[in-house]
Design a protein around this ligand. Structure first.
Ligand SMILES: [Zn+2]
Length: 263
């Protein structure tokens, strides 16, 4: 009995440590918090009806939590967190590849969930779930490695060390860079959300496809500067901290734009 349990534990550990799929807890909350500060009055009212009194940050990580659901009810949603695209250097080629992707993915599902929310026939429960997923997935969209290559599963198979600990490139971008700054999510949101109205408008311009391409280009840059076997520490933080913070801010502002357009 004991050995079965230890095997199960080991398997669970391997599964959770080999592949990770999202900004860590703080990253998603920072993005949700920034977005909440940029909602229109109408969007705020509609969302309160759907989500209740909790802030967006409260729900932001739920789509990752349900990956631990053992009933299988959410199995199909695990592919909604990313869209793997091989390196494309111009937007036209990228968009073509993006639209040719088979199956549900981050891109196709953001569109599906948005139309579910708009559809008056969608039940109250399903609308709430769709909204929570959108809050989360627009955060994933801003994590560059969620638009990375398929061959290495968005950097999951690129082994690196971070301050001596064995990890992978995807995981560094999910949580380690953000967590290294040691801010709470409210502190970080406040520190980053300082752009002028014009700058915010500029960041929120473009289409969903443009935003994905933006992340994809950053992913290509990260790949080029982080080969397999890299030993990462302070110099990597120094090199990429601005990029990570830009992505948290842009993720939040673009999530707000998507929701404002939706309601
Ligand atoms: Zn995710």
């Amino acid at each position: 009995m004991k050995s079965i349990y230890s095997k199960i534990l080991l398997l669970a550990f391997v599964a959770s440590s080999v592949y990770s799929y999202a900004w860590g807890l703080t990253g998603h909350r920072v993005i949700a918090e920034i977005a909440e500060n940029h909602l229109s009055g109408k969007a705020k009212r509609e969302m309160k009806k759907m989500l209740g009194q909790e802030r967006m940050a409260y729900w932001a990580n739920w789509p990752d939590f349900i990956k631990s659901d053992t009933t299988g009810a959410w199995k199909q949603a695990s592919a909604w967190h990313y869209v793997n695209i091989d390196p494309q250097t111009d937007f036209t080629a990228f968009e073509k590849d993006l639209k040719a992707q088979a199956g549900a993915n981050l891109y196709s599902q953001i569109k599906v969930l948005s139309s579910q929310i708009k559809d008056v026939k969608t039940s109250e429960k399903d609308r709430k779930i769709a909204l929570i997923f959108l809050i989360h997935m627009m955060g994933d969209l801003a994590q560059p490695m969620h638009t990375g290559r398929s061959g290495d599963l968005g950097g999951n198979k690129i082994n690196v060390t971070y301050f001596g600990d064995k990890t992978n490139l995807h995981s560094v971008w999910d949580g380690k860079l953000v967590d290294s700054q040691k801010y709470s999510y409210t502190e970080y949101a406040k520190l980053l959300d300082i752009k002028s109205k014009d700058e915010v408008k500029q960041i929120q311009s473009g289409t969903l496809e443009n935003w994905l391409y933006d992340s994809h280009q950053i992913a290509n840059k990260i790949y080029a500067q982080t080969p397999d076997g890299s030993k990462l520490s302070y110099d990597y933080q120094y090199k990429f901290n601005d990029t990570m913070e830009r992505q948290l801010l842009y993720g939040g502002l673009r999530l707000a734009k998507l929701l404002n357009d939706l309601f």
